[in-house]
Ligand binder design. Sequence first.
Ligand code: HEM
Length: 525
Amino acid sequence: MSLENELLLLIPRMVHSSIVSYEALVCFIVFMAILALWLAPGGLAWAVSMSKTRAIPGPPGFPLTGLLTVFTGLSPHRVLANLAHTFKAIPLMAFSVGFTRFVISSQPDTAKEILNSSAFADRPVKESAYELLFHRAMGFAPYGEYWRNLRRISATHLFSPKRIAGFEGFRREIGLKMVEEFKALMVESGGDVEVKKLLHFGSLNNVMMTVFGKSYEFKENGDGFELEKLVSEGYELLGTFNWSDHFPLLGWLDLQGVRKRCRSLVSKVNVFVGKIIEEHRMKRVGETLTDKETIGDFVDVLLDLENNEKLSDSDMIAVLWEMIFRGTDTVAILLEWILARMVLHPEIQLKAQAEIDIVVGTSRLVSDSDIPNLPYLQAIVKECLRVHPPGPLLSWARLAIHDVYVGDNFVPAGTTAMVNMWAITHDEKVWSEPKMFKPERFIDEEVSIMGSNLKLAPFGSGRRVCPGKAMGLATVHLWLALLLQSFKWVPSDKAGVDLSEHLKMSMEMKSPLICRVVPTYPRVA
Ligand code: HEM
């Protein structure tokens, strides 16, 4: 081959190899960029936020997805607590889930700073919450006039001490009905009962009575059954980890079908709740409302609002529906954990029953007015809220409205902020023997659980603290006292008590509690 020809052949080879090396160079740069983004403290979402200040420590997680798998697991609160230790980031840890920036605090001081700061008075609205119209309800409404109005109305007409006391009749009636149902179930099944379903139905009815002035039968195929299905579907949708929330480009694909299911649920809820509102309107025609207190439920209160306070029908449905959601599962789940502990610790159960016997006697059933005289029973509830908080990550996170400092750490606007309450209540530096179930610790030391002391704040703290905390506690105390007075709770022969957790919308028992109940009331002389 002539030299000329050889040169002609060499040129394409050179061009080709330079393309290859150019491609390799581009790949290398992209790879290094991804590596740098990936390895940045807190992962991808923090790396792209280009914060110029000192980085908040935290795990990079997987490339692109960050800590996504933590939230699809059973106990994210435990994994996040371990990571905070590993990264020496207990006061504040940064992490990413897809393109969402998170910070999480596992220490009382920083937790207080976050929850009590007006900078974190908003909540991130998930797609499911938005589709279910919850951005118009109190829990997800943006911090502002509309939200303030809802809080004021519900504080006065639903959650005030007077209203809570006024609902005692319903609470007691539903509690007694539950006792009867437990007895019937025990006979039917030969001793063993699965407690969750009954507690859930009782709790749902209790909220229905206070909010809608209506309760349902404990039997299948009625309106109550239909409502239970709607509520369960809503729980599942709100508890589902939705990819669209963290990967905006996937939003329109609705890969998990969350949007479709939400829309179908909303139309059913509109019919169900719309009918109840209409019934209230009909009832009022021709009635003279001399004393609004006698009308009773929260639907009437909302219908009575005037002028600029008045809510549209769709806003009213969102507000009422949210109360059902928030009030039902937290109470039922907490009671299930408490009863599981009662089965596991017979000596504690016996001590609580002895206290009830001394204070109430054996000839009548317990009532609300006895609860202040039952400190050990209250200590059991507190200890359960410490060991098994229904919202270990305080359920619904907060959102930074504007740039803010938490301690020395710069947190940009739009960051989702969480508090790992479970990590705080299981920290040896905060609680002695944190893994032990010891109600006595609350007899020795007075600890407020209403939000002022972040050592134990199961209802959150600050402006968006749970407004239903006193109502929730009144229900749990009364029903626990009734259930302990009426039965001895003992292990089933077939299944032990499994304390494994599954964090969905609230922290549930992974294996529902099955135990035996032995009736003890009325006492046989
Ligand atoms: C054991 C019972 C309960 C527990 C453990 C619980 C827990 C919580 C927690 C941790 C929060 C978030 C607080 C924060 O961000 O600082 C919350 C908010 C909320 N809870 Fe509860 N809750 C309970 C019962 C109830 C009940 C009975 C109702 C109503 C019937 C209710 C209605 C709400 C509402 C509407 C919010 C949102 C408040 C807002 O964003 O302004 N909760 N709850």
